[in-house]
Design a protein around this ligand. Structure first.
Ligand SMILES: Nc1ncnc2c1ncn2[C@@H]1O[C@H](COP(=O)(O)OP(=O)(O)O)[C@@H](O)[C@H]1O
Ligand SMILES: [Mg+2]
Length: 303
């Protein structure tokens, strides 16, 4: 097994001033419905938010609250019986603003990976088992830049693998030869192949153990800083999200019920569901609650 080098540590540089940067994405009153036998189901029910350049934005909420549907809608990857019923998905760039919701499938395909890229939920299990890691990079690069030479592809692959904390020799391996954490790093590297300005990561750490989860989030942070990209990180783990994001949106039943800086959400959560999420996080004063369940069911008071 080829060893991985350590991912760069998560240190936020003081110069990261997303607050004053220009908006990269504006989601405006987005509605997504699924047609079911029981009628139309509103999976995303009128959500609005904005992401600035270099910003790390988190979307948190329980399973089924509409997080993945939001991510897929932004990528224009909702499949029937689902469809975007209304709203705007504005991608702002040097050449002006584009409403992704109005683009043709071919126009959207060109923007994917180059401007906006998705690490889908469960992506690490979607690597093609009969193709080596390097073939995945070759496919991604050639799909957009057909004239890239094999030498350039090899160099770019090595650079991308190094950027996510993997040895460049990983290119020779097949997916089954990689650990879960390595596979997820490969997926992050694939997503940034064309240096997109917006990266959407849908639960990139689920199914990984906690130590690897943290390293993956640190890797994402390092990549984000390097590209000065904006990241939309979808998750259900408030603790993990809090380590990474600048602002957080809380989803509940297809709606964004609260949105604010991580400091604001943790210090003064307004919505009852947000309050519940925060109160469910373990604190040091609650250590021991699960250790002796027969004798002690209440948290020990903080000293
Ligand atoms: N293909 C589909 N057909 C019908 N309903 C769907 C489909 N995909 C998602 N949904 C519904 O949309 C809601 C939101 O799903 P999703 O966005 O995957 O939630 P989350 O990512 O927050 O767990 C769920 O209630 C789910 O049942
Ligand atoms: Mg999901």
């Amino acid at each position: 097994m080829i060893s991985t080098s350590e991912a760069p540590s998560l240190v936020t540089p003081p110069t990261r001033s997303w607050e004053t940067a220009n908006p990269v994405l504006t989601v405006d009153d987005l509605h997504v419905q699924f047609q079911t036998s029981k009628g139309d189901f509103k999976a995303v029910d009128g959500i609005s938010f904005e992401l600035r350049q270099g910003e790390r934005f988190g979307l948190v909420g329980e399973s089924g609250s509409g997080k993945s549907t939001t991510a897929l809608a932004i990528m224009r990857m909702i499949k029937p019986p689902g469809h975007i019923t209304s709203g705007r998905i504005l991608l702002h760039g040097d050449e002006g603003t584009t409403d992704l919701a109005r683009l043709s499938p071919e126009e959207v395909r060109r923007l994917r990976l180059s401007s906006i890229s998705l690490i889908p939920q469960g992506s690490m299990n979607s690597l093609n088992p009969v193709r080596r890691v390097r073939d995945h990079f070759e496919d991604s690069i050639l799909a957009h830049e057909t004239r890239t030479t094999s030498r350039q592809i090899k160099e770019r692959t090595a650079e991308l693998l190094t950027m996510v904390g993997l040895s460049k020799d990983v290119e020779k391996l097949y997916p089954h030869e990689l650990s879960g954490g390595m596979k997820q790093r490969v997926c992050i590297a694939l997503a940034i192949t064309l240096e997109p300005k917006l990266i959407i990561a849908d639960e990139p750490t689920s199914a990984l153990d906690v130590v690897v989860q943290r390293r993956i989030v640190e890797t994402l942070a390092a990549v984000q800083r390097r590209l000065n990209a904006s990241v939309l990180l979808v998750g259900h783990d408030m603790g993990l999200l809090a380590q990474f994001v600048d602002r957080l949106g809380v989803m509940y039943a297809g709606k964004l019920v609260e949105i604010g800086t991580i400091h604001k959400i943790f210090s003064a959560p307004e919505h009852p569901y947000t309050q519940m999420l925060i109160s469910s996080l373990p604190t040091l004063s609650e250590r021991g609650v699960f250790r002796t369940p027969h004798q002690q069911v209440k948290p020990t008071p903080a000293i």
